[in-house]
Write a protein that binds this ligand. Sequence first.
Ligand code: ADP
Length: 268
Amino acid sequence: MVQHPKSLGRATEVNWLLADGETDERAAKNLQKARQRRETLSRFAREAELAASIVHQLNQPLASILANAQAAKRWLVAESPSLMEAIAAMDRIVRDAHGAGETMKRIRAVFKQERLDKKEANVVAMMRDAVRFVLEDTSRRRVPIEWHCDENLPKVYVDPLAIQEIFINLASNAMEALENAKAPLIVIRAAVTHIDEMLVQVVDNGPGICDPEEIFDAFVTTKKSGLGVGLTVSRSIAEAHGGRLWAENNQAGGATFYLALPLSLGNR
Ligand code: ADP
């Protein structure tokens, strides 16, 4: 039977459709496989990166603890022993052991959401405590801080230790960003900006941020001895409180970190 060119055309079209359907299915499967492979690879890459970060973070204090323990021993068994020098070396051991413990705590926090212990708390008092804690590290550059916080701010219903962790991260990062600034300045603002929300801003006049969203990803750091988890943990704490944490570059230079916290029902 001689086929009409039109029907031949239509038959071919149907075949094409079938073939397309098959190709689509195969393509979708391939895409799925490629996606799974990429996810596995990036998980391996992240795990390898994490392992390298942990090794790096703990190697430094361990090497320093070993060196100071040996030094303390030498000072004690020397012909003319020095108790003062031995005690100074031991103090450095205690400092480094605390530092290593703190690193482990932060790594654990990335993987595990601690239970929140919420209570009514004063945001400004929490920020002042956090800044005081950051300034206890005497190796840090003293940066002037301007406080612009509304008077009579309502209290927020939060886990104070967790929220302080955010402020400690933001203040430490701002101070580190200002290490080489000529006229460094940090401005801290807090105000009720919406009927149900308080907004805290930590503003610095440092170099600003390359990618204000990527810095919240785990293990993203530009610091030699950074772990790159401070902001990841901080954002997850903010979100666990029903809040938000984000960053923007300032027009005049530097960066601003914003923390929005919901007001407790009684304070709206
Ligand atoms: P870490 O401090 O260990 O690097 P973070 O998660 O706290 O980890 O910060 C990630 C990165 O975000 C930093 O390494 C830095 O590059 C960038 N960053 C954070 N805060 C600031 C800031 N105030 N100014 C410029 N860059 C910042």
